[in-house]
Design a protein around this ligand. Sequence first.
Ligand SMILES: CC(C)(COP(=O)(O)OP(=O)(O)OC[C@H]1O[C@@H](n2cnc3c(N)ncnc32)[C@H](O)[C@@H]1OP(=O)(O)O)[C@@H](O)C(=O)NCCC(=O)NCCS
Length: 235
Amino acid sequence: MPSSDTEIPASRPRVVLLLDGVAACADRADQAGWTDEERARFAGISDPERRAQYLVGHWRVRGLASLVFGGAPADWRWWRSPGEPARLLDTVRNLGCFASISHAADQVACAVSDDVVGVDVEMIRVERELAMLAKRCLAPDEATTVAELEGLPQAVAFYRGWAIREALGKASGTGLVPGTARRMRIVPASPADASLRLWQLPDRVLALAFSPGAKVEAHGAPAGSAEDFGWEFFS
Ligand SMILES: CC(C)(COP(=O)(O)OP(=O)(O)OC[C@H]1O[C@@H](n2cnc3c(N)ncnc32)[C@H](O)[C@@H]1OP(=O)(O)O)[C@@H](O)C(=O)NCCC(=O)NCCS
């Protein structure tokens, strides 16, 4: 739990995203600065691919916080309480930032910000139950579109809506809550007003959720393919 005098900087929101390959980083990754909880979680993961994702994600996100907000990577402590956004706390300088991690296959995405942030990377998989999942977790008009499509176009439509809601769920700290996710309308926005950015690739989707008006810097994300959105609740 952050102490009451731990400060989240009040300057203009800045969001920095880093997309990297797990295998490309695994040899360099270390556990410097890990909390007992992180070590315990890591010890409980037996699948080698998931272990590498966890190791690289928790190492990379500290390196990113160090680059963006200063301090040594090992000074940043990972902190997340159920239902709250994840944070990194620099216990040496008494600073905090918001942080988010996502992995899919060999990809790891990390984001840090001085305001809430959530990131999600999803491989686009053609699966039978996407129309049913869309009905459960996407807005009705998106679910209708998914149901009308087949094959790859259906999977692309589904994972765009899904990744956006996963990113929003991480930014809020709740994860994806179906009843909430169904009531979110995703609308195009200018970069100045956006609170969502989506990168669409042939085999995967990357979504970033942040506070409206934040300045986004993306490293490792494909140049030129970003789309900006906002979101609103409807009843
Ligand atoms: C927990 C959840 C956010 C993980 O997302 P995912 O796409 O499966 O996996 P990702 O690799 O993208 O993200 C995992 C990372 O998210 C972070 N994370 C997990 N829960 C989080 C939460 N509530 N808030 C913020 N970040 C969270 C962790 O850092 C985790 O990585 P780590 O374990 O290596 O530290 C997602 O499964 C979820 O929203 N669950 C809610 C319940 C659910 O299943 N809803 C769907 C019903 S249709």
